[in-house]
Design a protein around this ligand. Structure first.
Ligand code: NAD
Length: 270
């Protein structure tokens, strides 16, 4: 274990933090926001947060079952669900059509991880699948919403990258390269569209307890791993990432454009 010298690390609490659930403001009142990956994990928490803050949410996921479960979990609906694959042009067109005339925000959260495969073992199938969803899917949604945002001279796009977008990572060659590509798409678009009133940013999560990350903590022990990474002691769930994503997505991020914001408990500083 590697902890900062002279500092006694805190034990992680057993209870997961719930503070973010209690925060409700009206930052998305009157706004239409498209959120992909809304059936699970970070996407679901973000869609829930945007809806609770008054937004009209277009919730997108490839899994109809997960979307139905999510919609049923909400006390009152300001959500339209669209089940579809973000790599499919017809599905992307249906998503934009469901949004209607205005699109104030897009959160590209759907993504997959491979089996942490190094480059000499990666198959074309795995490489192409990871790139198709993480990069092409993200690009296709951006390409589809930007014309509406340009016509409005206003919009905010948040892509979910990863700690693996910032440096080499154990997360696998395809995943790491795909998330670096998401960072590139984000920076290039911020540069291109900022002068037209469209902000484009990304969030780079560290470990979050979702379907993707469940193995990590359960197999290795959350406290041990987090101390070794020299990061904040408490494991986080999707709502902590939703807080970072909605900061950039909302007008709170009014002066922030082109950043890849680590939301990782300090991992990237270590
Ligand atoms: P998750 O598996 O819990 O949720 C992802 C959702 O995306 C699922 O509901 C899935 O059905 C959907 N999805 C997958 N492919 C799709 C497609 N082609 N079209 C539409 N929907 C699709 O994962 P998560 O942990 O919430 O991850 C969300 C994002 O955060 C991903 O981009 C992931 O790479 C990134 N991320 C996660 C972690 C983590 O620790 N969980 C860390 C860094 C980055």
């Amino acid at each position: 274990e590697v902890a900062p010298a002279g500092v006694e690390p805190a034990e992680p609490s057993i209870e997961l933090p719930v503070w973010v659930e209690k925060v409700t403001t009206g930052r998305f009142s009157g706004k239409t926001i498209i959120i992909t990956g809304a059936g699970s994990g970070i996407g679901r928490a973000t869609a829930s947060r945007v809806a609770r803050e008054g937004g009209h949410v277009i919730a997108v996921d490839i899994s109809e079952e997960r979307l139905a479960d999510f919609a049923a979990s909400l006390p009152e609906g300001n959500i339209v669900t669209v089940s579809g694959d973000i790599t499919d042009d017809a599905a992307v067109a249906a998503i934009v059509e469901a949004a209607g005339e205005r699109i104030d925000g897009l959160a590209n959260i759907a993504g997959i991880m491979d089996n942490m495969t190094p480059i000499h073992e990666v198959s074309d199938d795995v490489w192409n699948r990871v790139f198709n969803i993480n990069v092409n899917g993200t690009m296709k949604l951006m390409r589809a919403v930007v014309p509406t945002m340009l016509a409005q001279a206003q919009g905010s796009i948040v892509n979910v990258a990863s700690e693996a977008a910032l440096r080499g990572s154990a997360a696998g060659a395809a995943y790491t390269a795909s998330k670096h590509a998401v960072a590139g798409l984000t920076k290039s678009s911020a540069f291109m569209y900022g002068p037209s009133g469209i902000r484009v940013n990304a969030v780079a999560p560290g470990p979050v307890i979702t379907n993707i990350e469940a193995r990590f903590d359960s197999e290795l022990g959350a406290g041990r791993v987090r101390r070794a990474m020299a990061i904040l002691p408490d494991p986080v769930e999707g709502d902590a990432l939703a807080a970072s994503i909605t900061f950039l997505l909302s007008d709170d991020g009014v002066n922030v454009n082109g950043v890849i914001l680590p939301s990782d408990g300090g991992w990237s500083a270590a």
